[in-house]
Design a protein around this ligand. Structure first.
Ligand SMILES: Nc1ncnc2c1ncn2[C@@H]1O[C@H](COP(=O)(O)OP(=O)(O)OP(=O)(O)O)[C@@H](O)[C@H]1O
Length: 609
C-alpha cells in the first residue's frame, strides 16, 4: 500500500460516519487483559466481599434467635448480653472485610487506569504527524482524562457491584428460603415487576447519561479552545460573543445534567416504592402466619430485614448497567487510538541501519522525491537536492511553495510517496526514529517551551545532561546574560509555552538545546521571521556559532538570514527552480532577483511570501 493510500484509509477509519459500535465483548477483552496481572487482588476482593456480606447477613439471624429462643421463652440476662456482643463482633468483622475489600479494589483499579493512561500517552507520542493533522487534540485530551476516568468506574463500581451485590442477592434468597419457603416464594413474585421497571428505565437512563456527557465534553472543548485563543479573542474584542456562546453551552449542560439527575432519582424512588410494597405484602402474609402460630415472630423480623436488603443489590446492579454502557463507549474510543498504527513505521530489526552520531558527516540527499498530504495533490514533485556535509543552505520561496514540507520529510514526520530521502547515503526509512532525531535538530519559528525551569527546558528534562553543560551551551549561544537577568536565573520557572520570555529569548533557548543535544544537521524553519532587528542580530550570532561544523538548512523570510549562505535554493510550486549563491542568483536575474528587488523596494529585508 502506498503512503497516500494508507493516509486515505486511516482518514476513512477515523471519520465519525465509520465509527464502529461499542461492543461488550471487545470491551471485556481489553479490560480483562489489563486486569489479569491483578488477579490475586481481585480474588482477595471476592473473598473479602463474601466474608463481609456473610457477616452482615448473619445479623438479622442473631436477632431472630434472640427473639424466638430467648425473649419468647422469657429468658434474658447473660445469654441476651452474649448475643448482643456476638452481634457487635459480627458488625466489626463485616466492617473490617468491607474496608479491606474497598482498599484492594481501589489499589487494583487505580493501577489499571494508570497503566492504560501510560500506554495511551506512549502510543500517542509515537504517532506520525498525519495522525495529528486529522485528530483534534481536545479529543485526545478527553481520551487520556475523561475516558480513563470512566473506565476506572468499571473497576471500582461495576465490578464491585457484580461481585458484592450478586453474592448478596444469592445469599439473601438462600436465607429467605431456609427461613420460610412459602413466604420466600411469594417474595419472588415481585421479581418480574422489578425486571419490567428496570427494562423500561434502562434506555431512558442511558440516553440522559450520554447526553449529559457529550454536552460536558463540548463545554470542556469550548473552554479549552477559548483559553488557547484568548489573545485573539481579546484583540478582536470578541469577549461578549464568546461569553454568549459559553452561556449557551453551559445552559445545555445544566439542562442535561438536571434531566439525568431527575431520571436517576425517579428510578431509585420507584424501586423504593416496589420495596415497600413487597414489605407490606410480607408483613401482611407473615403477620397472618404469626397470628395463626405457623411462624415465629423472630422469623418474621428476619424476613422483613432481608426483604429490605433484597432491593438494595438489585437496584445497584441495574444502576451499574449504565456505567457499563459508558465504559464500553470509553473503551471503544481508547481502542480506536491504540489500534491506529503510525503511518511512519520504525524499520524492522533486519533492515535497520545505524547512524552513529560520532561518525555522522551530515550529507543530505533528496532523490526524485514526490510527496503530497492528499493523494490527489502532490506538494513536492520529483525533487532532487544534494547537500554537502557542513554546507549552509538557505531556502526561499513563495507561500505554499513547499519549504516546510521539505523539512518535515527530512525529519520523517511523513514518508515520501516516491523517491528517497537520505542522510549520509542511508535511506531514512531504514534508520530508527531515535537515531534520526539525534542526527537532525529542528528550531521552529515559535519554539515550544515546557512548564519547568530554564535548565529543564534546555536539557528537555534529561537528567544525564548536567547543569554545567546547560550553562556552557547558553554562554555559547549568547543567552547567558539574558538568563541571569531573570528573577531566578537558570532556575526561573517558565509557565506553559514559555510565556514570560520574548520570541527572541525563546529562540536563544532553543539554540542552546541544539548545542546540548549536538545534532549534525540543523534546520531552522523561519526562526527569525518575527524578531526585531536587535534580537535578530543576537539570534544571527547564535546561529553562526551553532552552525559551525553542522549541515544547516535555513528557511527564511528575511534576506539577511540567508544572504551569506553557501547556497540559496528557490522553491516555486513544489519545485526547485533556482539555486546558487546570493551573487550568482542576483546575476541570473530570475525569481530570486525579483524577490530581492521587491524586498529592497519595500524598504525592509522581508521577502514576499
Ligand atoms: N498538514 C498539512 N495537511 C495538508 N496540507 C498541507 C499541510 N501542510 C501544508 N500543506 C499544504 O502543502 C503546501 C505546501 O505547504 P508548506 O507549508 O510546505 O509551504 P511553505 O513553502 O512552507 O509555505 P509558508 O512559507 O507559507 O510556510 C501548501 O499548499 C499547504 O496548504
Amino acid at each position: 500500500m502506498t503512503n497516500l493510500n494508507k493516509r486515505q484509509s486511516a482518514e476513512t477509519a477515523s471519520s465519525p460516519s465509520q465509527e464502529r459500535k461499542p461492543s461488550t465483548s471487545s470491551t471485556l477483552k481489553l479490560l480483562l487483559g489489563y486486569a489479569k496481572p491483578h488477579r490475586t487482588a481481585f480474588l482477595g476482593v471476592s473473598v473479602c466481599a463474601l466474608l463481609g456480606i456473610s457477616a452482615e447477613l448473619l445479623q438479622p439471624l442473631i436477632v431472630q434467635i434472640a427473639i424466638d429462643d430467648h425473649l419468647a421463652k422469657g429468658e434474658g440476662g447473660s445469654s441476651l448480653l452474649r448475643l448482643g456482643l456476638i452481634y457487635l463482633g459480627i458488625a466489626v468483622i463485616s466492617f473490617l472485610f468491607t474496608y479491606l475489600q474497598n482498599n484492594l479494589l481501589q489499589y487494583a483499579g487505580q493501577s489499571i487506569i494508570a497503566r492504560i493512561r501510560k500506554d495511551l500517552f506512549r502510543h500517542i507520542s509515537k504517532m506520525s504527524m498525519s495522525f495529528f493533522d486529522r485528530t483534534h487534540s481536545g479529543s485526545l485530551v478527553t481520551n487520556v482524562s475523561n475516558d480513563t476516568e470512566t473506565i476506572s468506574q468499571f473497576f471500582t463500581q461495576v465490578l464491585l457491584s457484580l461481585v458484592r451485590d450478586g453474592m448478596m442477592l444469592v445469599l439473601i434468597i438462600v436465607l429467605m428460603f431456609s427461613l420460610d419457603a412459602q413466604l420466600a416464594m411469594f417474595s419472588m413474585l415481585i421479581l418480574p415487576v422489578i425486571f419490567i421497571v428496570a427494562a423500561l428505565f434502562r434506555s431512558y437512563l442511558r440516553s440522559t447519561y450520554q447526553q449529559a456527557r457529550s454536552r460536558l465534553s463540548r463545554l470542556i472543548a469550548f473552554t479549552a479552545e477559548n483559553l488557547s485563543g484568548m489573545g485573539l479573542i481579546q484583540s478582536f474584542r470578541q469577549e461578549e460573543e464568546q461569553f454568549g456562546r459559553f452561556t449557551e453551552q453551559n445552559r445545555n449542560y445544566w439542562n442535561a445534567n438536571l434531566r439525568q439527575i431527575r431520571s436517576n432519582v425517579l428510578f431509585n424512588r420507584t424501586f423504593d416504592i416496589l420495596g415497600n410494597a413487597a414489605l407490606v405484602l410480607m408483613v401482611w402474609l407473615g403477620g397472618r402466619a404469626v397470628l395463626g402460630q405457623s411462624m415465629e415472630v423472630g422469623v418474621l423480623y428476619a424476613f422483613v430485614s432481608y426483604i429490605r436488603q433484597f432491593f438494595q443489590p438489585i437496584n445497584q446492579i441495574t444502576m451499574q448497567w449504565n456505567t457499563f454502557q459508558s465504559t464500553t463507549v470509553a473503551v471503544e474510543r481508547i481502542q480506536r487510538v491504540l489500534e491506529t498504527e503510525p503511518d511512519v513505521r520504525e524499520p524492522g530489526e533486519k533492515e535497520q541501519i545505524r547512524l552513529p552520531s560520532s561518525s555522522l558527516r551530515g550529507e543530505v540527499n533528496f532523490n526524485n522525491v514526490t510527496f503530497g498530504y492528499r493523494a490527489d495533490r502532490p506538494v513536492l514533485k520529483n525533487l532532487n537536492l544534494h547537500i554537502q556535509p557542513g554546507e549552509m543552505i538557505g531556502v526561499v520561496g513563495t507561500t505554499g511553495a513547499g519549504k516546510s514540507t521539505l523539512i518535515s520529510l527530512l525529519n520523517r514526520f511523513y514518508d515520501v510517496d516516491a523517491g528517497t530521502v537520505e542522510i549520509d547515503g542511508v535511506d531514512i526509512r531504514k534508520v530508527t526514529q531515535n537515531d534520526l532525531h539525534a542526527a537532525v535538530g529542528l528550531i521552529q519559528q515559535d519554539p515550544y517551551l515546557f512548564a519547568g525551569s530554564i535548565i529543564d527546558n534546555v536539557r528537555l528534562f534529561r537528567e544525564d545532561i548536567t547543569r554545567e553543560q546547560v550553562i556552557e551551551a547558553c554562554r555559547f549561544v549568547g543567552a547567558h546574560p539574558m538568563i541571569l537577568r531573570l528573577p531566578n536565573g537558570y532556575d526561573t520557572h517558565l509557565s506553559e509555552r514559555g510565556s514570560g520570555l520574548s520570541a527572541g529569548e525563546r529562540q536563544l533557548i532553543s539554540f542552546a538545546r541544539i548545542v546540548v543535544f549536538r545534532p549534525k544537521i540543523l534546520i531552522l524553519d523561519e526562526a527569525t521571521a518575527n524578531l526585531d532587528s536587535e534580537t535578530e542580530k543576537l539570534v544571527q550570532q547564535a546561529l553562526s556559532s551553532v552552525a559551525q561544523g553542522r549541515t544547516t538548512i535555513v528557511i527564511a523570510h528575511r534576506l539577511s538570514t540567508i544572504m551569506h549562505a553557501d547556497r540559496i535554493l528557490v522553491m516555486q510550486d513544489g519545485e526547485l527552480t533556482e539555486q546558487g549563491t546570493h551573487a550568482q542568483l542576483l546575476a541570473r536575474g530570475g525569481h530570486y532577483a525579483e524577490l530581492y528587488r521587491h524586498a529592497r523596494q519595500s524598504g525592509r529585508e522581508q521577502l514576499p511570501g
